[in-house]
Design a protein around this ligand. Sequence first.
Ligand SMILES: [Zn+2]
Length: 424
Amino acid sequence: MATQRSEPLRAQILSELEGIKTVDCHSHTRLRSEYYTAGGFDLFTMTSYFARDIATTAGGPIYEGATTDEARWERLKPVLEKSRNVSYWRHNLVVYRELFGLKDAELTDANWRQVNEAIRERSQAPDWYDHVTRDVCRLETQVRNIPWFEDWEPEYFTAVLRMERALELHQEGARQDLGGYLDAPIDSLNAAKKALADLTERYVRRGAVGIKLAHAYGRTLHSLPVAEDRATRLFEKSLRKEKLTPSEVKELQDHVIFYLAGLADEMKLIFQIHTGVQGNWGHIPDSDPLLLIPLIKAFPNVRFDLFHAGYPYSRMIGMLGKHYPNVWLNMAWMYVISIAASRQLLSEWIDLVPGYRILGFGSDVGFPEMIYGHLKMARSCVADVLASKVENDFLSEEEALSLARRLFRDNGVEFYGLEDKTEA
Ligand SMILES: [Zn+2]
C-alpha cells in the first residue's frame, strides 16, 4: 500500500483518488452520438446546473433573441455580478480552467472569447468526447438513467431503466406508448403490470442493472401498500376515461411503486430513488427520504440506492443508512450543490454508516466536461474530509485510504455488479 509515502495525508489521498478509475454512480451524460450531432458547443450552450440560478436571478432564460455571442455575453454578465458566488457557477469555472484554458479566477470581458472559442473548437474534435471520458475523467463506467424505449452506448454506460412513466398509466397516452412498444394492448391493471415486467426484462437482458424513480419532483415520496382490488377498480375507472381525483391517482401510483419494488426483488435489481434537491419552485417536503420508510421496510431484500444525499435531509438519510441494511447512500450531484454541505454530511456519515453502503460519486450532468469539473470538486472534498477525520476523529490512515478507494470505485463495482465488466 501507499503508506510509506511521506506526503501529507490529504495530498496522498488526492493522488490515490486521481489514480482510481472512478465508477460514476449516476449519470445523464448525453450519448457520444448525440454529442456530435449537435455540431459543437460554446460557452452559452455547454451549460449545467447554473442555468437554474440564471433562471431565478434573471426571472427566466436569458439568451432568447440574442443573436451573437457578444450579445449573449452581455446578458450573462449582470447575472454573474449578482450570483457568481454559487457553487453551480464555480463548477463551470473549474471546467473552464481545467479543460478550456481559463487562466483567471473569474470570467471577464477580457477572457470569455478565448474560453468560448476553446469550447467550440474542442467540442467538435472527433476524439474529444472519448478523451474527456476515458483519459481525463478516467471513468470505469457511468450508471446512466435510460428513459423508456431509449438506447445507450455500453462502451460508456451501464443502464438503469427510468420508471416515472409507470406512474402515468392512468393516462391513455402512457398506456398507448407502452402497449405500442411491446405490441400488447394495456386493457387492465394486470396487463399494465405484465407490460412493466416485460419492458424491464428486455432492458435487463441487454444489461440494465436497476430501475429508477424520480417521483419526488412531482409528488410525495410517501407511499403505502394499496390492495389489488382497490387498484384494479381505480385503473378500470381510468380505462373508462373517468377522471381520477388526486388522491385516487396517488393510490394507484402507490400500488405501482410497490409493484415495481416487488419486481426489483424478484429480478434482483437495484431500486434507485431520487430524494432531496428538486428544481426551482419544487415542493421541498415531498423529497424527504424518511417518507420512504414504509416502502423500504416492506422490501428488506431490495437494495435501495437513494440519491443526492437526500439534501437538505442529509442527516436524516444518514440514519436511514445506519438503521436499514438495504439502503445505500449516493452522493450523486452533491458536490456541485454544495461542497460545504458535502464535507459536513460525509464527515457524519463516515461515523455512522458502514462504508460499503456509501457511493461517493455520481456526476448527474449532461456533458463529459462537466463530469470532470464535478469529479475535481468531489475528490478535493473527500480528501479534505478523510484527512480531517484522521487528524481529529480517530480514523486510521489505513482506513481513510481504503475508504477513498471504496467510495470512488470498489463500492460501485460491487453494488452494480460490474465485476465481470471491469479491468482487474
Ligand atoms: Zn439525476
